[in-house]
Write a protein that binds this ligand. Structure first.
Ligand SMILES: Nc1nc2c(ncn2[C@@H]2O[C@H](COP(=O)(O)O[C@H]3[C@@H](O)[C@H](n4cnc5c(=O)[nH]c(N)nc54)O[C@@H]3COP(=O)(O)O)[C@@H](O)[C@H]2O)c(=O)[nH]1
Length: 596
């Protein structure tokens, strides 16, 4: 039986056991808590020792702790810097405003991060990426600041290199086109805001190619460096001097005042100084060299011109300066731009016309002393859909300049030869000759003879009926190649007339050396020969000269019977001009009906 005391004593024993267990459990929990805290401390300590530099400050900004990477980056050991303010790291590169913004961000958002220039213990200033976070207690009071930092010197250097490559000319170190465009865009905006003028000067060296070709590219590079230095020395630090490539430089000036005249005067003064500096002799190796430059200037202000427009205007003005004889400066003139644009549109249309078959050949008769047609001259015409019939006097120079004369001239030769072949099969026309104008560059094309041979073969035209009209410009340079080609063509039976005789070079030496058949007296002498004794003398001299050289002579531009008679009296036996017929399409030629 269990007594009441016995019950009490059992309950007491159970309570004791229970309290022992509780105490044991509490000890175990305490041990676990300690282990947990230690683990957390270990983790925190490990995390603190990362590849990022770290330091912790108290609320007043005194450094409490730094890690090993901090020491590697800054050079400061913990014992040297603990207790100090991080201001010890300042580089002096940032103003108060920078630090104010940083602390405002930390106060507002709890953290700040960004690029900052700091100073190492060694004194070296370097860029770093810095993050600062505020640590707060349960009441929201800042207790500490934790900062992480990394050295971004290498990244900055790579960025700098990329920037340098992208925006600077590798040879001279001057801004390149991209940077110039950037700066010009900003200058334009500024100019629109302030109303002040700016100027762009396009500079091209006049004889750089000769130096490059004769002394070699490394000497050419040396010269470009000298020029870059001279341009930099003359201009102000706020001006931009850029090299666009080759021997092309651009100088941009801004804040030239509110008046165009005043701005133009300043730009002109600077331009003249630049011109003078370019012609200063310089030594390239052992050689004393001298170059000159041509400068095109355009002003810009608050108008609607774009950066491209401005550069184009300065470029155009520079070409004008070159055309004016080089070593000159020239201001952009809008009329010049209109002319260039008109020419560009003509050029584009002309290419299209050749492709679309809008070119035509007209024919103008050539007659003998009896007025009998002996042949024709093929004259090119362009039927433009909007401009109407465009004169070759307008479009041939354009074609000569852009090289289109070569395919165009071949088309003329082939069309004329086809017509010759048609006439060859007609008794009334088989005697007719065909004079075809051949431009200098067309004749100089290396495959000209081969192409003409192919045309003759394809069309079946008889070479003896073909006469090529060449001009004196072809003979300005005494070229073996020209003589050789003429002789090969002569060997095929083709004849040669010297067109516009008397208007060009007229060295009589080549008349003897070249296999010419005919001199063509230019119409400018024929026009006034009845009134102008000088022209009359020139014409009689040409006729006499032709006779003495045993060359035929033909007068062009014969418009009246008086002209024809006067020329015939001087011994001229062949004529061409409106008196006998204007250039017309083949079907309108005043020949026997069966001929066309
Ligand atoms: N390379 C090529 N040049 C060509 C070709 N076709 C023509 N041309 C050259 O273009 C210039 C202008 O030619 P065009 O307007 O055809 O003028 C010719 C005649 O129309 C004109 N002429 C003829 N008779 C008279 C006249 O009595 N009065 C007068 N005012 N003008 C007249 O003269 C031009 C003939 O020129 P030329 O060749 O010098 O004999 C001109 O330079 C052409 O050469 C071509 O296919 N290729």
């Amino acid at each position: 039986m269990v007594t009441g005391d016995g019950v009490v004593s059992r309950q007491g024993a159970r309570r004791k056991r229970w309290s022992r267990w509780q105490a044991m459990a509490e000890r175990q929990r305490e041990v676990a808590r300690r282990h947990g805290q230690e683990a957390q401390l270990r983790i925190a300590a490990m995390a603190f020792e990362t590849h990022l530099g770290m330091f912790v400050t108290d609320a007043e900004g005194r450094i409490l702790r730094t890690n090993a990477t901090f020491r590697q980056i800054t050079g400061y050991a913990a014992e040297e810097i603990v207790g100090h303010s991080p201001r010890i790291l300042n580089s002096g590169r940032h103003d108060d405003h920078f630090y104010q913004r940083m602390w405002c961000a930390i106060a507002d958002k709890g953290s700040w991060q960004g690029e900052i220039w700091n100073r190492r213990r060694s004194g070296e200033i370097y860029p770093q990426w810095l993050t600062i976070s505020a640590v707060k207690d349960d009441e929201g009071r800042i207790t500490n600041y934790v900062a992480t930092l990394s050295d971004i010197t290498e990244r900055k250097a790579a960025e700098e290199e990329i920037h340098q490559l992208a925006f600077y000319d590798p040879l001279t170190g001057l801004p390149n086109r991209r940077l110039l465009v950037d700066r010009l865009e900003s200058a334009l905006k500024e100019s629109r805001r302030s109303g002040e003028y700016g100027a762009v000067m396009f500079i091209d060296l006049d004889n750089f190619k000769t130096i490059n070709d004769s002394l070699g590219h490394h000497r050419g590079d040396e010269l470009l460096l000298i020029i870059a230095e001279r341009l930099t020395a003359i201009t102000r630090e706020t001006d931009t001097i850029a090299r666009l490539g080759g021997d092309e430089f651009v100088v941009m000036l801004h804040d030239l005042g509110l008046e165009a005249d005043e701005a133009a005067m300043v730009a002109e003064r600077v331009g003249e100084k630049l011109l003078a500096s370019l012609v200063e002799p310089c030594m390239l190796g052992e050689m004393r060299c001298q170059v000159s430059g041509s400068i095109g200037i355009t002003l810009f202000t608050d108008d609607l011109a774009t950066v491209n427009d401005i550069l184009q205007q300065a470029d155009l003005a520079m070409y004008q300066a070159k055309a004016a004889g080089r070593h000159a400066l020239c201001f952009f003139d809008p009329a010049m731009q209109a002319r260039v644009m008109e020419r560009a549109s003509l050029e584009a249309d002309l290419r299209q016309a050749l492709a679309d078959g809008l070119l035509r050949l007209f024919y103008q008769v050539q007659v003998d002393e009896e007025g009998q047609t002996t042949g024709v001259e093929a004259l090119l015409r362009w039927e433009h859909p909007e401009r109407g019939l465009v004169s070759p006097g307008v479009f041939i120079p354009v074609a000569e300049e852009n090289g289109l004369i070569v395919p165009m001239g071949l088309w003329v030769l082939e069309t004329a030869c086809r017509q010759l072949a048609v006439w060859a099969a007609m008794p009334a026309a088989e005697h007719l000759t065909m004079a075809v104008n051949v431009s200098r560059d067309q004749f100089r094309a290396p495959d000209f003879v081969a192409r003409l041979e192919r045309i003759l073969a394809v069309t079946g035209a008889r070479p003896e009926r073909l006469k090529l009209e060449l001009t004196e410009t072809l003979f300005l340079e005494d070229s073996e190649d020209t003589r050789d080609k003429m002789q090969r063509l002569k060997g095929l039976g083709i004849g040669f007339a010297l067109d516009d005789f008397g208007t060009g070079y007229s060295s009589l030496a080549y008349l003897k050396r070249l296999p010419l058949d005919q001199l063509k007296i230019d119409q400018s002498f024929v026009r006034d020969l009845l009134d102008d004794p000088t022209d009359a003398t020139i014409v009689t001299t040409i006729i006499t000269l032709a006779r003495s050289l045993e060359l035929e002579v033909i007068a062009e531009g014969v418009e009246s019977e008086e002209h024809r008679r006067w020329l015939a009296e001087q011994g001229c036996r062949a004529f061409q001009g409106y008196l006998f017929g204007r250039p017309v399409p083949v079907e309108e030629l005043p020949l026997a009906a069966e001929v066309v």
